[in-house]
Design a protein around this ligand. Sequence first.
Ligand SMILES: *Cc1c(COP(=O)(O)O)cnc(C)c1O
Length: 373
Amino acid sequence: MINVTKTYLGDVEKFKAYVDGIYARGWLTNHGPLVTELEARLQDYLGVKHVLLTNNGTLALQVAYRALGLTGSAVTTPFSFVATSSSLQWEGIRPIFADIDALTWNISPEHIESRIVSDTTAIVGTHVFGNPCAVERIEEIARKHQLKVVYDGAHAFGVRHAGQSIFHWGDLSTLSFHATKLFHTIEGGAIVTNDDELARSVYLLGNFGIADVDKIVGIGINAKMNEFSAAMGLCILDDIENIFTQREEIAERYRTRLGDYLDLQQAEADSQLNNAYFPIGLTGESQLLRVRAALNDNGINPRRYFYPSLDTLDYLQPQAAQSTSRNLASRVLCLPIYPGLAREDQDRVIDTLIMECSQGRISYNDPNLAQVI
Ligand SMILES: *Cc1c(COP(=O)(O)O)cnc(C)c1O
């Protein structure tokens, strides 16, 4: 089966050499030398001041909310992985969903303001599929209403906007380095900030509040990355340009051959994306189910990222229906994209899709699209 992604495993000999070093030192976790080295290399690579590595992307979000002192509620996107909003709820912060933009698929600045209530303390956006949120407009809204901004950048490794890393926007950004992500450390994540004081808070919160031997300064949790994970990250970072190039080649091929048949996510202006995913929009759920079945029959396993729309989850407080998000969640499928995906497998994906989608084809530039879907 060709899956939506395949974990990139770098050179095993290089990994083994790092493991030999870990054995020689006997230092397995607690801010070891490989974690420190990876943090420094990521700061340099991403062009940001502080990268604090964590043991996963979900705890990175939770620690980020704590570091900013969020309480009450946060306005967030219903079109994301469940962790974006469940991490808020876990921290006792009510997620309030604002609908997404029909073209970029990110939280829509037009909808954010009307969702802010008296106890709202933050806006939490996801750069979904690596497409930057409307960061300038969100910054204005946040300033006007004195809100903090957190970006779930789990998909946005290496993404740039307006000539700099996307992680320059927001008070804090988080990353996931789970094995399914473009850059990974088996399990892992990071919190990124340019603010020294926030970086210090993040460090303490992720280390039980322990400032120094014999000195505990506040509540904390264990969000530390271990040395084996950092070793994996160091190996993969060496190959990152090749990873981007291979992904771009596949994405370009999909775009060229499928663009006329499908609805594709529109990139935010002045942005350089990473092709972490290749999402396609079908005409609706019935076509999606048909297309998925046809792909499955051909040995291809695409995934429904992100389904269901998070405003439908019944363990969160009842939410107003976010119609654009629900519509998109019902018809978006992510196609296989990863380094090493063979040409003939790409063709099998493309040919199956063209076969399924060329009947009843609609133009997505049609202003009456809303009626068609
Ligand atoms: C993967 C992901 C997370 C969670 O990261 P983990 O490292 O798996 O905990 C959070 N948000 C988004 C958008 C993700 O895709």
